[in-house]
Design a protein around this ligand. Sequence first.
Ligand SMILES: [Zn+2]
Ligand SMILES: [Zn+2]
Ligand SMILES: [Zn+2]
Length: 368
Amino acid sequence: MSNINPELRKDPISGRWVIISTARAERPDPPEPRREEETPEARARCPFCYGHEEQTPPEIFTIRKNGEPPNSSGWLTRVVPNKFPAFGIFPEINLRRVGMFQIATGYGAHEVVIESPEHDIYIEHQPPEQVTRIVDTWWERHVDLERDPKLKYVLVFKNHGRAAGASLTHPHAQIIATTVVPDALKVKLSRAKKHYEGGEGCIWCRQIEQLFYYENRIYNPDGSVLVEVYQRDRLVAESDNFIACIPFAARMPYEIHILPKTHQHSFIQTTPEERVELAGILKTVLMKVYKLLGNPPYNFYIHSAPNLSVRPRMGNYMTIKEDFHWHIEILVRTTIWAGFEQGSGIYINPLNPTDAARYLKEIEVDEV
Ligand SMILES: [Zn+2]
Ligand SMILES: [Zn+2]
Ligand SMILES: [Zn+2]
């Protein structure tokens, strides 16, 4: 495989351009795992450890070993409202105008999913059963929040490491539910709908197909091969029902997407068996990232279709069950988006997606 250097690639879903600017690189030696700095006092005070349940607002949901009473120790996963919420559940949504500006009451939900009682065991080091409990906890909360028809969008996300925005070391994810569909999703929704209406089906299903069955060659005038991209080379891991891959126009070296192979519009459609498998591939991918890059900071989030109990099958939502394909996006913080990225919305990725996938594939992890 060879490639033009540098190369502009367009992401078909976001419409975003990325400059892949890379010399063919050898895999770097994995660094020592980065350790999160924390004072003994901060650790002793951690509100997410056993015995400190009263330091958080009362719990919303838990998976427990033996049905201990609420807000006591013994839980395996625990969900509490965020103590410093970006949103709260207010009685009504109050929209006002101030000149050209709009203000709405911050109606919504902001929850914290504490992944386990263990203060410094990351998700990738948890046993498979615990990772499944974590994924099931996200699912339970996502399903429950969609029962509120005022909440149009539920976003499950995780910040790992201070550099990625985690303010507490104890492993946790967050869930925010909003009365508006976030702009980042609106762009994807409208492009996905256009693609579908153009008669080409789900844009993610097509990409998965390309990944498995497509070879792409661009020729020089003399007939020699200028670019040759085997889409399949972007695959990082695979199970019966899920794939993990580096997207064609990855914004950063280790942007990794996890998708169900067969079409589903929302994470809430997954079956318990599928969530066991999802937990497995997530653990595998995060363990590869941990080993290759030495516990780097990262963010991930689940992109599902908006809450369909709000506006079932109307207007923009008419074909959403067919045109939107849920997925997880993992963004490992190995690069910093600077002025050019901020100002132009064009990203510079210094590592070819094929090389990134190869480095991750080469990292051995125990079979889940
Ligand atoms: Zn803790
Ligand atoms: Zn699809
Ligand atoms: Zn997405």
